[in-house]
Design a protein around this ligand. Structure first.
Ligand SMILES: [Zn+2]
Length: 363
């Protein structure tokens, strides 16, 4: 680790609440996670059946008219100040962390994407599997997804294994957006998150667990770029608003239609190395994530890997980052600019295909 970054990273993370105290990094199991509220919240606020969810959670809504409605802060709810801008060395799109002494630790991350004209569902089987394995994970939630899946969102917030990050309000392609548009994608998600957190505190207080609920973070500090798309303007805008951009070095579901879950899991495992960040989805859109995760969780542990949240991973070493987002190869995500209209916020309607072809002038 470069000496400057060595000094800056722990200081900024500490100032931003990533580190509760001190700079030591003992075993992750001994550390209070940033969301280390008591598991009592889960046990008291929901029954096991409510936590387990149902098949209906995985139903994806049809593509319809765009929902342009936006959230407002509920009465009595306020937004906490955003963290200070991270130091320059942390302002790229982070794809991996290099843990000290090659410590075998990895972060499994799940996107919860939802665009303006569909509802993306919640794959309850994935979350149940993570809980069975007591596996830590980070969820990058779209703000509109948080609004359309409030009960699942509250459960994720209350679970001490899990951490939430921002995935834009309606999955905007930040590489195509102005600073004001990016800000709106961030802020609307923050408003939805604040309303949900207030609801969690309200319910917990009624059960005598206010202190536990208040330990759930006020602010979202981590960002996942929709489509992996970025720009200098986007990275600078995100940094100014206090966000760290967390991408991945292992795409767990790429070309899932071409391969079995077994092949996808093997491919992901072959790419995992100390400090890896693994990209998966927990909305109901990819079809094979659960089966991939069934294989990944025991295999990672058999290879001696600890699982960390992305926030925890950042404490363990310097990040490797880039200035442009991508899935596996730089530029491989540019195709999404043409596929998803509305600056990435709309799912194409098969009945009315989107085209980038210029419209011929009227005769
Ligand atoms: Zn996404």
């Amino acid at each position: 680790m470069a000496p400057l970054l060595c000094a800056l990273l722990p200081l900024w993370l500490a100032a931003s609440g990533f580190i509760a105290s001190g700079l030591a990094t003992p075993a992750l199991a001994e550390q209070p996670a940033q969301v280390q509220c008591a598991k009592a919240l889960l046990d008291v606020l929901w029954t096991p059946d409510e936590l387990a969810g149902t098949d209906a959670d995985r139903v994806i809504g049809p593509v319809g008219e765009p929902d342009a409605s936006v959230p407002v802060l509920n009465p009595g709810v306020s937004l906490a100040p955003r963290p200070a801008a991270p130091p320059k060395a942390l302002r790229g799109a982070i794809r991996r962390v290099v843990p000290a002494r090659g410590r075998k630790v990895a972060a499994i991350t799940f996107d919860l994407c939802e665009r303006a004209n569909n509802v993306a569902g919640y794959n309850n089987r994935i979350i149940n599997l993570l809980r069975e394995h007591d596996a830590k994970a980070t969820f990058f939630a779209g703000g509109k997804w948080l609004r359309s899946h409030p009960e699942a969102a509250l459960q994720l917030m209350a679970d001490p294994r899990f951490e939430l990050g921002n995935h834009a309000w309606t999955h905007g392609n930040l590489g195509l957006m102005t600073s004001a548009e990016i800000d709106s994608q961030l802020r609307l998600t923050e408003i939805q998150h604040a309303n949900l957190r207030a609801e969690l505190v309200r319910r917990a207080t009624a059960k005598g667990l206010e202190a536990e609920a208040l330990r759930v973070p006020h602010v979202l500090r981590l960002m996942r770029l929709p489509y992996g798309r970025s720009s200098e303007l986007a990275l600078n805008t995100l940094a100014e608003r206090g966000y760290l951009v967390i991408q991945w070095d292992v795409d767990g579901e790429g070309d899932e239609e071409l391969h079995s879950a077994e092949v996808l899991a093997k491919r992901a495992l072959a790419r995992v190395r100390p400090g890896s960040i693994i990209l998966l989805h927990a909305n109901a859109v990819p079809q094979k994530t659960y089966e991939i995760l069934q294989r990944l969780l025991p295999a990672l542990r058999a290879r001696g890997y600890e699982l960390a949240t992305a926030g925890e991973l950042l404490r363990l070493g310097p990040p490797q980052s880039v200035r442009r987002g991508y899935f596996t190869i730089p530029g491989d995500n540019l195709k999404y600019d043409a596929i998803f209209p509305g600056k990435g916020t709309l799912k194409p309607d098969p009945a009315r295909p989107f085209t980038t072809e210029p419209v011929p002038p009227a005769q």
